[in-house]
Design a protein around this ligand. Structure first.
Ligand code: HEC
Ligand code: HEC
Ligand code: HEC
Ligand code: HEC
Ligand code: HEC
Ligand code: HEC
Ligand code: HEC
Ligand code: HEC
Ligand code: HEC
Length: 408
């Protein structure tokens, strides 16, 4: 088998090198095998984050790179896939696990079933199975993320046998892991979206054309990337009733933020008006009473889209007046121009935009308090009169009856 040939080749190759590795390879004695086995056990059992410097079970990266820096090194897996084995030390150094990490991370902290050469036989049938297993190692040091992830749509898909779904290494890479926490480091947010795009390419294309994506590409930190709307480690199923009900709040996180939106001159009424109109009111009521209930009422993304969101002035926008009827017709098949005009959209009625509605509103605002005050005054003067008259009657004498018709 190919792997055997590789081993022979490596033996020859390693002999030419000095010291240690020649030793390891040439003296495959029982003792060494034992040492290796112990090393292997220790590497698996000991917490891999622990740092103890000159540790024979924790060889330095250079000790692995003696062979793995060699260009063109590869092996053939049981599945006949060819796995390139050359590792670029500079890439690893420049990664979050490289020279700038606050704790040293060595090859063997991730490859914790290895401590030297020869390696055990390749442990899996194919590359993907091995890669998914390797990804579990990340959780040894990043427990929170690993715990969060158990709930995510990807983890559930993988558990159900859909191995194409994303593991830690798919989104972050393995040897080229970049900084990801925007609170601690400078993070390239578009690169994170591109990472999702490896597998969700159509959505990435839409996103790149959207107002949000266009701005993110320019380096704007205020616009959402994939993980603002789909929190990367615990992505919920976007087709679930719960996600749909909660989605207006997700947009509202930013669009109801007065300080944030004032920079862009975008109305923050979009959220409040949404909640107070018939679509939104029903959605909020459902959310409060029946969180699992699927709503057929419009949520933000029904009108605006989710990934290809454009400004309402863009000619391709789903909410520009030329396209609005079509958007409403998805749920109101009989909708026409006058139907769309009957909805006030995100605007609170004002004299300029909706004079009639505003007039009616003012009419009620004025006429109701006015009527109430009028009747209150009327009733109280009336009562006052009656009391006063009764007093008079008592004073004047019980025999006189004429005062009775004063009330008409
Ligand atoms: C003497 C050369 C040599 C040294 C030193 C060496 N490797 Fe390897 N490595 C190989 C060869 C050759 C293969 C191909 C498979 C085999 O021969 O087992 C390989 C395969 C691998 C693989 C592929 C997966 C697998 O299970 O085979 C990984 C991962 C790996 N090495 C990591 C390491 C790490 C980590 C170190 C340092 C502790 C290291 N190697 C040290 C030569 C070496
Ligand atoms: C942060 C963890 C981590 C570190 C550090 C790390 N690796 Fe890996 N390595 C992985 C993962 C995960 C894989 C699984 C395949 C993949 O996703 O690339 C892998 C795969 C490999 C492979 C198979 C080829 C490949 O690229 O898939 C080799 C060989 C290898 N590593 C060697 C090394 C050596 C040598 C070092 C140190 C110089 C090292 N690794 C450091 C996590 C790591
Ligand atoms: C041996 C422990 C260890 C293992 C295993 C490990 N990491 Fe890390 N990781 C670290 C350390 C230490 C840092 C640097 C933290 C710092 O300096 O703030 C780091 C940083 C990171 C960062 C950047 C975090 C930030 O603050 O932006 C990401 C992302 C990351 N690791 C992902 C992974 C992935 C994916 C794997 C598996 C392929 C992995 N890690 C395996 C220890 C580890
Ligand atoms: C679907 C893609 C994806 C998967 C899978 C994934 N991550 Fe992340 N990770 C991200 C994104 C995107 C960020 C950036 C922060 C954010 O927006 O939430 C991130 C941030 C991080 C950070 C920085 C701290 C933080 O939480 O923000 C670490 C560490 C990390 N991930 C480790 C892991 C580990 C370990 C795994 C596997 C258990 C993993 N990630 C799985 C996409 C992913
Ligand atoms: C390695 C490939 C890969 C990467 C990277 C990846 N995903 Fe996925 N994702 C999948 C697969 C496969 C599915 C299942 C799709 C299906 O069932 O049709 C999925 C499903 C989803 C779903 C559920 C929707 C559905 O169709 O079931 C969401 C949401 C999602 N991914 C978001 C993201 C986000 C956000 C990122 C980046 C932070 C990301 N994904 C990165 C492969 C990936
Ligand atoms: C502004 C919020 C937002 C952003 C940014 C966003 N999404 Fe979504 N995403 C949603 C909403 C809302 C849905 C569900 C409604 C729908 O599908 O129209 C959804 C649905 C999905 C789905 C499943 C349904 C489908 O359309 O296939 C996947 C997969 C997905 N998003 C991935 C991504 C990826 C990858 C990115 C980044 C390139 C991204 N999303 C960016 C809000 C967002
Ligand atoms: C992380 C914050 C954030 C989230 C979440 C978010 N947006 Fe935005 N959105 C912005 C910012 C910032 C802008 C302004 C970009 C610009 O004009 O430069 C914007 C612009 C828009 C615009 C264009 C407005 C105009 O007049 O140009 C629409 C429409 C929009 N968003 C709808 C949505 C919808 C619908 C959702 C939820 C599915 C959503 N947004 C989620 C931050 C966000
Ligand atoms: C029934 C369809 C519909 C729903 C649901 C809807 N919108 Fe709108 N949206 C529109 C229309 C039409 C416009 C353009 C005219 C207007 O502003 O009323 C618009 C405009 C906007 C604008 C641009 C406002 C500006 O000042 O430039 C933003 C931002 C926005 N919507 C966000 C949202 C958010 C966030 C939600 C959910 C909370 C939402 N929309 C729900 C139809 C809708
Ligand atoms: C995702 C589907 C959906 C979309 C898109 C949608 N609506 Fe609705 N809308 C509903 C549902 C469901 C009701 C409640 C109907 C009922 O209770 O009989 C409703 C109720 C209404 C009502 C109350 C009167 C009535 O017919 O019951 C008006 C007015 C209305 N929508 C206007 C609009 C306008 C204007 C648009 C486009 C800008 C729009 N809707 C887009 C689902 C939607």
């Amino acid at each position: 088998m190919m792997i055997k040939d590789q081993r022979l080749m490596i033996k020859a190759l390693a002999k030419e090198r000095d010291g240690r590795f020649t030793l390891i390879i040439n003296h495959q004695s029982l003792l060494l095998a034992l040492l290796l086995a112990v090393g292997l056990m220790a590497a698996i059992v000991l917490p891999t984050c622990a740092q103890g410097s000159p540790d024979p079970n924790r060889p330095s990266n250079d000790q692995c790179l003696v062979c793995h820096a060699e260009p063109g090194l590869e092996m053939t897996l049981p599945s006949n896939e060819v796995l390139p084995l050359t590792i670029d030390a500079d890439t690893l150094d420049a990664s979050a696990h490289g020279v700038h990490a606050d704790e040293e991370v060595r090859c063997v902290d991730c490859h914790n079933d290895m401590s030297g050469y020869p390696h055990a036989d390749f442990p899996d049938v194919d590359y993907r199975t091995w890669q998914l297993k390797m990804s579990l190692v990340c959780g040894n040091c990043h427990e929170d993320q690993a715990l969060d992830r158990q709930d995510s749509v990807h983890a559930r898909l993988i558990a159900a046998g859909k191995f194409e779904a994303a593991s830690c290494a798919d989104c972050h890479g393995s040897h080229d892991v970049q900084w990801a926490d925007p609170e601690k480091h400078e993070v390239d947010r578009m690169q994170m979206a591109e990472a999702c795009g490896q597998c969700h390419s159509t959505i990435l294309d839409d996103y790149k054309q959207s107002i949000h994506g266009q701005e993110t590409m320019k380096g704007n930190q205020d616009t959402p990337t994939c993980s603002n709307c789909h929190p990367a480690h615990k992505i919920p199923d976007p087709r679930s009733a719960e996600f749909r009900l909660k989605s207006p709040e997700m947009c509202g996180d930013c669009h109801a933020d007065k300080e944030l939106m004032s920079e862009y001159d975008i109305s923050t009424d979009v959220f409040d008006t949404y909640v107070s109109d018939f679509h939104g009111a029903t959605v909020s009521i459902f959310e409060a009473t029946e969180p699992g209930h699927y709503t057929n009422k419009a949520v933000c993304s029904d009108c605006h889209g989710a990934h290809l969101i454009l400004p309402p002035t863009d000619e391709n926008s789903s909410v520009i007046s030329a396209n609005l009827v079509k958007t409403c017709q998805r749920c109101h098949p009989d909708a026409n121009e006058s139907f769309t005009k009957s909805w006030l959209g995100h605007y609170r009625p004002d004299w300029k935009r909706y004079p009639l509605v505003t007039a009616v509103k003012w009419f009620y605002w004025l006429i109701i308090p006015f009527t109430l005050v009028f009747f209150a005054v009327f009733v109280s003067t009336d009562a006052f009169r009656t009391l006063k008259n009764r007093g008079k009657k008592k004073g004047v004498g019980a025999g006189q009856q004429q005062g009775g018709d004063e009330h008409d």
